[in-house]
Design a binder for this molecule. Structure first.
Ligand code: ADE
Ligand code: ZN
Length: 342
């Protein structure tokens, strides 16, 4: 592991952060998976926590998703969804997260007979409690791209009675072979409903998927987008339009998008003028929450204080908040920087 000046590491830990790319089902720790399996009488294909954790040796996105969906099968009740989100929010707060935009995958649950109301109700109760403690947070509903357009439409319809509980929609799951354009009409309907738009693109899929996310879905941010650098015209556009990319360094290493953190394209993306942010994706599976992603990425890539501050600012610039909320969040960032004597 690369070394880092302890004072810089402490500065990064204290830095107020926005986390804009975290899947709530990806925050289920192995111990929690087993506790919920016992609580709910769900059988798991792993005998114990150690065996499950040992299976977290992924070769690509799909090898992870297979285990991630198996892990999520223990979630049945409103309390399960509440407890999962409450644990994440407490953990994120400890890492200095003051704004969290949290993905959830309702189809993973509704396909098992869990009601949309149970999923959204439990998550919302946890978010309300965090808001009461001063954490700014919202939910983004993600469609599973390996499922059909029809299923996505049915999911959007089932969620609309809870329209006030989420601010936007996204697109996740198996990327290659499921281009954004498959969901053009669903996202058009979501835009008509006033929802904010994001999409995973350019994680394993080609730059063409990033173009489609922007031009066909109307994505306002790109989740991952690390392969954008392969296309100079795309890179220039993303930079010119200040489209934020929610980059997840630990995820990219664990899913073999890049070999080592030292090889991660984040610094090259910054140098190309891209608005990158640092996020944890599925922290229970990828070896660390957002604070560890920040510390280790800054160390591995030799990022400067100014670069770290720029990445933090990018997160608040890209957050889906109104301008008064953005001003309040940025003021907290500025106050923390000033307090550190920079
Ligand atoms: N679902 C959870 N994590 C994901 C990722 N990194 N890419 C696509 N879908 C996901
Ligand atoms: Zn993701």
């Amino acid at each position: 592991m690369s070394s880092i000046d302890p004072a810089f590491a402490a500065f990064l830990d204290r830095l107020p952060k926005a986390e804009l790319h975290v899947h709530i089902e990806g925050t289920l720790e192995p111990e929690t998976i087993f506790a919920l399996a016992t609580r709910n009488g769900v059988a798991l294909p792993y005998p114990d926590v150690e065996t499950l954790r040992a299976a977290y040796a992924f070769s690509d996105l799909q090898s992870f998703l297979d285990i991630y969906y198996a892990g999520a099968s223990v979630l049945l009740t409103e309390a399960d969804f509440h407890d999962m989100a409450a644990a994440y929010l407490a953990r994120a707060e400890a890492d200095g997260v003051i704004r969290a935009e949290i993905f959830f995958d309702p189809q993973t649950h509704t396909a098992r007979g869990v009601a949309m109301e149970t999923v959204i109700g439990g998550l919302t109760r946890a978010l309300d409690a965090a808001r009461a403690r001063g954490v700014s947070c919202d939910l983004i509903l993600c469609f599973l791209r390996h499922l059909s357009e029809e299923d996505a439409f049915a999911t959007l319809a089932a969620a609309m009675p809870f329209r006030d509980a989420f601010i936007g929609v996204g697109l996740d799951s198996s990327e290659v072979g499921h281009p954004p354009s498959k969901f053009a009409r669903v996202f058009a309907e979501a835009r008509r409903q006033g929802l904010r738009i994001v999409a995973h693109a350019g994680e394993e899929g080609p730059p063409a998927y990033v173009w489609e996310a922007l031009d066909v879905l109307g994505a306002e941010r790109i989740d991952h987008g690390v392969r954008s650098l392969e296309d100079a015209a795309l890179t220039a556009r993303l930079a010119r339009e200040r489209v934020a990319l929610t980059v997840c360094p630990f995820s990219n290493v664990r899913l073999r998008v890049c070999d080592r953190l030292e090889d991660h394209p984040l610094k090259r993306m910054l140098d190309a003028g891209l608005s990158v942010t640092i996020n944890s994706d599925d922290p229970a599976y990828f070896g660390g929450y957002v604070g560890a992603n920040w510390r280790e990425t800054c160390a591995a890539l030799g990022l400067s204080r100014d670069e770290a501050i720029q990445i933090a600012r990018n997160g608040f610039d890209a957050a889906f908040v109104d301008e008064s909320e953005r001003t309040r969040l940025v003021a907290r960032l500025d106050a923390a920087i000033a307090a550190d004597g920079i």
